[in-house]
Write a protein that binds this ligand. Structure first.
Ligand SMILES: [Fe+2]
Length: 593
C-alpha cells in the first residue's frame, strides 16, 4: 500500500511516500528548485518519490494534504473582515493567491499526480504535525505539543497519542486543547526575528545565536505584549502587531515605541565579544552599544519563549501524566528551548523529528491516514534523516567527465577517510557529499561542510570564506554516539532522538578542546552519529578521533548563505567553486582546489 503525503503553500513544500506504513522516501521541494523554503506545489518532490518507488501516480492508494484549505481560507477571510479596511492589501493578495491554486488543491493534485479525487484526503495542520512526531517516535503512548506560527486556525495544540506496537487497541491522536490565531508564540518569535533584521522563517536560528551575546534585560517589556496564564495559555496584545492585517509588516509604531528602531538588516552585528573579520573597519562605541541592545532583546524573546513552553509542558504533563513528550511544529526546531524542556519538566524523554516544521506535515499526514484512518498497526521509527535523493557513482562520474573536471577516484574507504582526516587536521575545509540527502533543515553528514573543531580559527574561516555568513553565528559538531559524554553534559540523554537530529543544545565540558564548535555561552548544538544509521560518517569521525583524541568534527550544512542545502553533485560542485573550500568529496571521488 502506497500513501503519498504532501505539504505546500505556506512555508516548506514537501512530499513523503509511505510503503505499507513505512517511510521509504521524503524530500523538501527547495532541494530540487534551489529556492530556499520553496512553498510552491511540490511537483519535483512528488515525481522523485514516485520514481524512487518505481510507481505511477495512479498506483497510489491515497494522497493526503497536510491541512484543510477551506478552514484556512475561512480564517484568512474572517481576519480580513475583522480588521477591514486596514486589511485591504491582505485581501487583494489573498484573492489572487487563493482563487488561483490554493483553494482548488484537490483538482490540482488530481491533475498533477494522476489520481482520482476519491483517493485524495485532507488532514488538519496540527494533526499532521502531531502525527509527524508521534508516529515517527518509539513511544506507544506520549503527550504531544504542536506549536508553530499558524495552521488553519490553531497555533498551539496539546494532546496525546496512543498506539501500541502489537496492533491491539485503536491508534489514536487526540488534540484536546488549543490556542487560536492571532495568538501565536511562533508568530511572536517571528515578529522579533523581523525586528532584529532577519528574514522570517529563516532567521530564527540567528536570533538564537545572537541571544548568546546578550542578557535577558527586556523580559518584562515582552510581557507587555503577551499575557501568560499559569497553565501556559497566552494571549497577545494585538495593538502592537500588524501581521493579521498587513502583508509586509508584522509590528507597528506602538511596538517600536516600546522596543525602539528595528535593526537594519544590512548592518553588521558586532558587540565587545563578537569576533571581527574585517579588522580594517573596527566598530565604534555607538555601534557596539546599539548591537548589544539587540542581543539583549534577542535573548529576552528567547527566554520568554522558553518559559512559556515550560509552563505549557508542565501543564500537559499534569493533564496526561505521561513521561514521554512528542514535540512538533516550527517552534520545536528551537533547540535551546528543547534542552530546557528536557531538563526542567517532568518529561524524561522527548521525540522531535528532523523536519519538525511544515515540511514534516507531509510525513505526518501520510502516517495519520495509515494509522488512524485505516487503523493499521505500527512498525516504523524514524531513526535517521536520510530519505532524500542519492546519486549513483556512474552519475557522479559522468558529471565530472562532462565538465572536464580533474578528480581522483579512491575506492578504498580507509584511504579515502585518511585523506579527509589529514586534510581536516591540516586546517582544510572539506565538502562532504554522500548517499541520500537529509530530510529537514539540518545537514547531518550527507550534505555537510566539515572542518577541524579544535582549531578556533575554523569558525571564522568557514563563516566568512566558505559560507559568506555572519561571523557571530556558531557551528555545530557531529560527535560519535558512544563518546558524546566525554565532551558534553548529557547524562543518559544520548539515547534520545533529538540529539541525532541536532535538536538540543548542551553545555560543553571541555571548551578548550573544541573551541570552533563552542558558542560564546559555552553551549553547543550537537549531533550524535550512530554507526548503524550512517556508517561511513561514523567511521570518518572515528578516524579523526584516533588521530586527534577528539571524537567530533565541525559540521555545517553544504550551502552558501541564503541557498538551500545542495542536492546534486552539480550543486555541490557549484558551491565548492563559489567558495574557498579546499576539498570536495563526492562519494568516492575527490576534487582538490
Ligand atoms: Fe505548521
Amino acid at each position: 500500500m502506497y500513501i503519498l503525503g504532501i505539504s505546500c503553500y505556506y512555508h516548506d513544500a514537501a512530499a513523503c511516500l509511505l510503503k505499507d506504513g513505512e517511510v521509504i522516501v521524503a524530500a523538501e521541494e527547495e532541494r530540487f528548485t534551489r529556492i530556499k523554503h520553496d512553498f510552491s506545489f511540490p511537483i519535483n518532490s512528488i515525481r522523485f518519490c514516485l520514481d524512487y518507488a518505481k510507481i505511477r501516480g495512479e498506483e497510489l492508494d491515497y494522497v493526503v494534504f497536510n491541512e484543510k484549505p477551506f478552514l484556512k481560507f475561512e480564517r484568512i477571510i474572517k481576519t480580513i473582515l475583522s480588521t477591514y479596511p486596514r486589511s485591504v492589501g491582505v485581501f487583494q493578495e489573498a484573492m489572487i493567491n487563493w482563487m488561483g491554486d490554493k483553494l482548488w488543491i484537490k483538482s490540482l493534485i488530481e491533475e498533477k499526480v494522476g489520481i482520482s479525487s476519491d483517493k485524495i484526503l485532507f488532514c488538519q495542520h496540527h494533526l499532521s504535525h502531531a502525527a509527524s512526531a508521534f508516529f515517527c517516535s518509539p513511544f506507544s503512548e506520549a503527550a504531544i505539543l504542536s506549536i508553530d506560527g499558524v495552521g488553519e486556525w490553531t497555533t498551539t495544540a496539546l494532546g496525546k497519542g496512543v498506539a501500541d506496537w502489537n496492533g491491539k487497541g485503536r491508534n489514536e491522536i487526540q488534540l484536546f486543547e488549543e490556542i487560536r490565531f492571532p495568538h501565536s508564540l511562533g508568530l511572536l518569535y517571528s515578529v522579533f526575528t523581523a525586528f532584529l533584521g532577519f528574514k522570517v522563517n529563516e532567521g530564527e536560528y540567528k536570533v538564537m545565536g545572537m541571544g548568546a551575546f546578550g542578557k535577558p534585560k527586556y523580559v518584562d517589556k515582552i510581557y507587555e505584549l503577551i499575557r501568560v496564564n499559569q497553565d501556559g495559555s497566552f494571549r497577545l496584545n494585538m495593538k502592537y502587531f500588524s501581521y493579521h492585517f498587513h502583508t509586509r509588516r508584522s509590528f507597528n509604531k506602538r511596538f517600536e515605541g516600546l522596543f525602539g528602531r528595528p535593526r537594519d538588516s544590512q548592518s553588521r552585528f558586532v558587540t565587545s565579544k563578537t569576533s571581527l573579520y574585517d579588522y580594517s573597519n573596527p566598530p565604534t562605541e555607538e555601534e557596539i552599544k546599539a548591537n548589544q541592545y539587540y542581543a539583549d532583546v534577542a535573548v529576552s524573546i528567547q527566554k520568554v519563549t522558553e518559559d512559556i513552553l515550560i509552563r505549557i509542558a508542565n501543564y500537559l504533563y499534569h493533564k496526561t501524566e505521561l513521561k514521554k513528550l512528542c514535540l512538533a511544529g516550527g517552534v520545536a526546531l528551537n533547540c535551546v528551548a528543547n534542552s530546557r524542556l528536557l531538563k526542567e519538566t517532568p518529561f524524561d524523554e522527548i521525540f522531535i523529528q528532523p523536519s519538525a516544521g511544515d515540511g514534516g506535515g507531509a510525513m505526518g499526514a501520510a502516517l495519520y491516514v495509515y494509522h488512524c484512518l485505516l487503523d493499521k498497526p505500527r512498525k516504523f521509527i524514524l531513526k535517521h534523516a536520510y530519505w532524500g535523493k542519492e546519486y549513483p557513482e556512474g552519475q557522479i562520474m559522468s558529471f565530472l567527465k562532462k565538465n572536464n573536471l580533474r578528480y581522483q577516484y579512491i575506492g578504498d574507504e580507509d584511504k579515502l577517510l585518511d585523506l579527509v582526516v589529514n586534510a581536516l587536521i591540516s586546517g582544510k575545509v572539506v565538502g562532504w557529499f554522500q548517499g541520500r540527502f537529509e530530510w529537514g533543515p539540518r545537514a547531518l553528514g550527507n550534505r555537510s561542510i566539515l572542518a577541524d573543531p579544535r582549531q578556533q580559527k575554523m569558525k571564522d574561516i568557514v563563516n566568512i570564506k566558505i559560507k559568506f555568513r555572519e561571523p557571530f553565528r556558531p557551528f555545530a559538531p557531529s560527535v560519535l554516539f558512544d563518546k558524546a559524554k566525554e565532551l558534553f553534559e548529557l547524562n543518559n540523554s544520548q539515547e534520545h532522538y533529538p540529539l541525532r537530529f541536532m535538536l538540543y543544545t548542551l553545555p560543553v565540558k571541555k571548551r578548550e578542546l573544541i573551541p570552533a564548535v563552542t558558542h560564546i555561552d559555552g553551549s553547543s548544538r550537537i549531533q550524535v552519529v550512530n554507526k548503524e544509521t550512517n556508517p561511513r560518517y561514523y567511521r570518518l569521525i572515528e578516524r579523526f578521533y584516533q588521530a586527534t583524541a577528539v571524537p567530533a568534527v565541525l559540521n555545517t550544512s553544504f550551502n552558501l548563505k541564503g541557498e538551500p542545502i545542495v542536492n546534486s553533485p552539480e550543486d555541490a560542485f557549484n558551491t565548492f567553486s563559489k567558495s574557498e573550500m579546499d576539498m570536495l568529496i563526492l562519494g568516492n571521488f575527490v576534487l582538490v582546489r
